[in-house]
Each structure stands twice: as structure tokens, then as C-alpha cells.
Write a protein that binds this ligand. Sequence first.
Ligand code: ADP
Ligand code: MG
Length: 374
Amino acid sequence: MTLLDIEDLAVTFPVEGGTDVPAVDSVDLQVEAGEIHGLVGESGSGKSVTARSIMRLLDDAEVSAERFDYRGEDLYAKSEAEMRSVRGDDIAMVFQDSLSALNPVMTVGEQIAEVVRHHGDVDESASLLSELRRKYVTGTSESAPSWRRAVELLETVGIADPEDVATSYPHQLSGGQRQRVMIASALGGDPSLIVADEPTTALDVTVEASILDELRRLCDEFDVAMLLITHDLGVVSETCDSVTVMYSGSVMEYGQTDQLFESPAHPYTKGLLRSIPERAPTEGELTTIPGSAPEPADRPTGCPFRDRCPAAFDACSEPLPEHVVEDGHVTHCHLYTEGDDPGDVSWDATIEMDGEATVDEATDRTTATEVTDG
Ligand code: ADP
Ligand code: MG
């Protein structure tokens, strides 16, 4: 079942007396129940804006979409009160920066217990006295079901000393522990979807690997789907069932993780793949795509990647096409829709992202030359 179904999302930030910022331009995004879907792209490609649009946290922006359904219901047709119950109970969010996302003056156990109570599946006396006690005296009684559930969740997310951590304040914990706390808190509302925006980006690689393992296990165990936002395709290959690749506000390609890694069908995806150590063309040599992504205001017409693409040709200034590579695998690259067999294109050459781009007179296509000087 498709949990989240977004078609043709556009998000623009109005700038008074200036040029509006079209942060996200044409985004289709589907997340199936129970799966981990990666949303990957360089910094500035619109991943966080897309994530916030799902939680309807973009008060300062104009949001439009052909479709924006969660469980078949239009999220943007809901009242603010209905949205409040969606946030947390149905869709929970985990941010990169846990220190600013967590309340600094409340123990983490208290914060998780609050989510658990808000979700309402613990039988707990809500008498005035216990409310007052919670607020002003010592917080939740450690014998309360919501507190016990909080400790249990901390243990579930891999915290070794959950009782101690529960009584700690965020600043007393390590970055890795805080991310685990955020995940525990997200699970506290028993959601069907967790939107995790670069949840491990600030952590060192061993902690990152262990938290990603944990996330996979938890998604299985709690039968929760996740939209995992990352700039790192290595994270996607380790963790995600399927993936959407974004570039400068638009989707370039999406499919099952296997499909994208085995037969990437967009030059941008190919370029990204070459920046993963295990996939580099020569051992020890990492290549990055030369240049940087344009600011939304400087984006070229048509394909936003065309100024950096070694395979760009005339058609790339036209609106993005859609081409089904195989069932479930779609690329928005003009090379596929020109009517030619894309086999004509020398993909080996086009993924030499370090090479100089040259125009082939015969086909009027740009291909890249091999890198010769190492
Ligand atoms: P990512 O998460 O992929 O790094 P973002 O979604 O944060 O990228 O940002 C996408 C684009 O939207 C960027 O160009 C950014 O500058 C712009 N943007 C994000 N938030 C705002 C805002 N509140 N006002 C204006 N522009 C914004
Ligand atoms: Mg971001």
C-alpha cells in the first residue's frame, strides 16, 4: 500500500521586494507502507523543504501539488487541528540537529513520556494532581506507565543504560545518544511513517553505521515506514529499499535501490555513484561531479543539471520528460526520450565526470572525454 503519494510538488518562498525562491519545482515522491525510502541529493537540492512540506511546517512558503496524499487523504485539506494529530501519531520527524530539536530544560525521559501520553495508548491517571506534579515538581513519576514506556523505548533503540539516560538532560548526552533519543521519541507516538532528515550526518562513521542498522531493525520490528533523507548514496545502499534522487529542486530518477545501483539511468545518479568509495572507477580515487548546484534563482530552464552534465544536448532545455526504464524505475532524462535508443549514448564516456565535455558533431550530443592526466 502506498502510504505517502506526492505528485508534482512545488514550494516557493516569497521574497518581499526581491525574486521569489522556487526551492522545489517538480517533485513526485512515493513511500510504500513498511519500506525505507531514501531521498538523496546534494546540499540545497530541496530535501529538507520536501520533508517539511510533509509535516506542513512551511508557513512561510507557497506550496502546491497535483496530489499530496497520506493514506489516500489529502494532507493539505486537513485542518490545523487534524494536522496536529497527524504529526506524531501518524508521521513523526527526526531532525539532524537533535540539540536544538530537544527541549534543553526537560529530561529526555520526560520528553518521550510526553509523546507516549499524547498518543494516548497508556492508561494513566490524568488527575489534576498528577498533572501538576508532572509540570512543577519532579516530572513524570518513575512508576507511571508513560515513564516505563519511555525507558523501554530507550532500551529498544540501543541505549545501554536507559534508566540513567532517561533522567538526563539533552546536553549531558553524546550526539549518538541524542539521535537515539529522537528516534525513541518518534517511535513513542507509534507512527506509520518516520521522516528522518539526515539523522546520522553529524555523527562519526561507526556511530552512524550502528544507528542505521538500528533504524532498519526498528522499521521491521515496529512495521513503520521511513523517508530517510541523506546526501550520501552510501547510506542509501546500506539502508534503503527504494530511492528518489533529487537535484536542484527536481527529481532526476527514482526506483528500487537495486535498480538504481545496478543500472542508473541518469548522468547525475551515475556521477553520485562514483563518489561512493566502493564504486569509484579506480581504487582509492574518488571523483566528484565538477561544479556546484545552481541557486534556485540561477537554475537553467529545462533540466537543472544540464550545465554540469557531460551528456547535455539541445533537448535538455525543454521541460523534464518522464521515461520508465523498467517497472518501478523512472528517469527524467532527455537522453531517453529523444526517440533514440539510449544505447547509442556512450554511458561509459558520459560518466567520466572529470573529463572535458566535447560536442560530437555527428549526433550533436555532448560527451565527455576520458581523464588522461590522472
Ligand atoms: P537540502 O535539504 O537538500 O540541503 P533545502 O531543502 O534545505 O536543501 O533547501 C532547498 C533550497 O531552498 C535552497 O536553495 C535553500 O536556500 C532554499 N530555502 C530553504 N528554506 C528557505 C526559506 N525559509 N526561505 C528561502 N529559501 C529557502
Ligand atoms: Mg537539508
